[in-house]
Design a protein around this ligand. Structure first.
Ligand code: NAD
Length: 477
């Protein structure tokens, strides 16, 4: 494997293309290739041919992934600007996303050679588990963290020795295309291929007979469709789906100390984070204080285009998502909720929605029971801790949750009662590269992250052999 000059993203039209919009203006600013589903046969075939060379040498894979991380960092400014342009997030958050993309590559560069393990169960046989790659795998990702979520898939998959076909969301195809071009400096041809296009491209990729593992991040309904598509070829699936994380504040919480952290846990990336705080449960005595602390921040946070250096909160990322956020807020207000801040779309170009804090929300309102995935936060009072824990666990989701208070042992005991994959104390949505990440209930199937994510991209291959002397005895018998 040798370093090469970057392959440019595949050539633009005459092939069909689709428009890419800037959410800060609502206007078209570029286009991306609208690849046809039947093009996947050639793409997957080339990924299959590249697999033999890529899987053969763990040391070369490790070096290539480190070089890939360097290349991502070197291209950081261009990637960050393009990401902000098509996704809307503040430029500083795009830079952070790119830093995490590089960090993920480096982390998995250290895991390219999983240990062969001897197995012993007392019988006179030597058994050994060796780990094998799967072949070409597919990644399908959403628009909220296009690069970082793609890296969470391609870094472990490539480290394991698989090749990958990566399909970004049609709302955010451009930064991923550029990333593919940047990575081509370090990776052999066809080891990672970015395809862009509108449906049914994703459905065809998920059901392609040459794909051995489909790793998907997105909404619950699409996750179900992907699982059904993958069933046709019996490919392995990993699904990282929606969340409706609750933050439970305890009686001893110091509101002023945690208000900033809690606000950003809910509103970062305009609330478009799978494991954002999406509901807050507060002791009735503290409810008014918490509502006001959050509403004050919602009213005063600098809002604007992501490329403006003063912006802390950008627009909602696309028009359908803005419509969903408007709809869920309208339903809550019609049901008796009150907006302590925001509550409506802003009258300016682009997809801006005023950061919204809702109080007096009926517990069966869709903004509580479903996933708003936007800058809208319901704050609900509770009278007993059991009531709060039951409410936190009452939805169909089970991604994350958090408990906030001064007595950390007590907070941890409450966190232990949350039905989800990750629980935090006094913060939310902080992930280590080395930890497993898995949702329960409708929030997911399979495990990503850390060594668990690597093994999700490998299959065990077991070799049994008799011990030498035992073979001799059997021959003599
Ligand atoms: P989405 O489900 O609409 O789309 C996700 C991806 O699937 C896109 O690339 C889309 O083009 C593709 N797709 C659409 N239909 C398909 C089909 N029939 N077959 C195959 N692929 C298809 O999700 P979205 O609106 O892009 O993203 C928001 C959702 O993602 C939210 O629910 C959010 O919670 C979830 N999410 C989850 C995590 C996690 O790690 N659990 C992380 C980020 C986002």
């Amino acid at each position: 494997m040798s370093a090469r000059s970057p392959r440019p993203p595949s050539p633009r039209p005459p092939a069909p293309s689709f428009a890419v919009l800037d959410p800060a203006t609502g206007e078209v600013f570029d286009e991306a290739p609208d690849q046809r589903p039947d093009e996947l046969d050639g793409v997957v075939g080339r990924a299959h041919r590249a697999w033999a060379g890529w899987r053969a040498d763990p040391g070369a894979r490790s070096a290539a992934l480190c070089a890939a991380a360097d290349a991502v960092e070197a291209a950081g400014d261009g990637l960050a600007r393009l990401l902000t342009r098509e996704q809307g997030k503040p430029l500083a958050e795009s830079h952070a996303e790119i830093a995490r993309t590089a960090a993920r590559l480096r982390y998995f560069a250290g895991l390219t050679d999983p240990r062969t393990r001897p197995i012993s169960d007392g019988r006179p046989v030597s058994s050994e588990v060796r780990w094998r790659s799967l072949g070409p795998v597919a990644a399908i990702v959403p628009w909220n963290f296009p690069l970082q979520l793609a890296a969470a898939k391609f870094a472990p998959a490539l480290a394991a020795g698989n090749t990958m076909v990566l399909k970004p969301s049609p709302f955010t195809p451009l930064a991923t295309r550029l990333l593919g071009s940047v990575l081509s400096v370090a990776l052999p041809e066809d080891v990672l291929t970015v395809v862009t296009g509108r449906e049914p491209l994703g459905a065809r990729l998920a059901s392609h007979p040459g794909i051995r593992h489909v790793t998907f991040t997105g909404s619950v309904p699409t996750g179900r469709a992907v699982a059904a598509s993958a069933a046709t070829s019996l490919a392995r699936v990993t699904l990282e789906l929606g969340g409706n994380d609750a933050a439970v504040l305890l009686e001893d919480v110091e509101v002023d100390r945690i208000a900033d952290r809690l606000f950003w846990a809910a509103f970062r990336n305009c609330g478009q984070v799978c494991m954002a705080v999406k509901r807050v449960y507060v002791p009735a005595r503290l409810h008014a204080d918490v509502v006001e602390a959050l509403a004050h921040r919602a009213r005063t946070v600098p809002l604007g285009p992501g490329l403006d250096p003063d912006t802390r909160l950008g627009p909602v990322s696309n028009a359908p998502q803005l419509a969903r956020v408007e709809d869920v807020t309208r339903q809550a207000l019609a049901g008796g909720a009150r907006a302590a801040a925001g509550g409506r779309r802003l009258e300016r170009p682009g997809y801006f929605f005023a950061p919204t804090v809702l109080t007096d929300v009926p517990p069966d309102s869709p903004v509580v029971t479903g996933e708003q995935f936007g800058p809208v936060l319901p704050v609900l009072p509770y009278r007993s801790l059991d009531e709060a824990v039951d409410a936190a666990n009452s939805t169909g989701f089970g991604l994350g949750g958090s408990v906030w208070g001064t007595d950390l042992d007590r907070a941890e005991a409450v966190a232990d009662r949350l039905e989800c994959g990750t629980a935090w104390i006094n913060h939310h949505a902080e992930l280590s590269l080395a930890q497993p990440f898995a949702g329960i209930k409708d929030s997911g199937v399979g495990v990503a992250g850390g060594p668990w994510g690597l093994y999700g991209n490998l299959r065990p291959f077991v070799v049994h052999r008799p011990r030498e002397h035992q073979l001799d005895q059997e021959v003599r018998r």
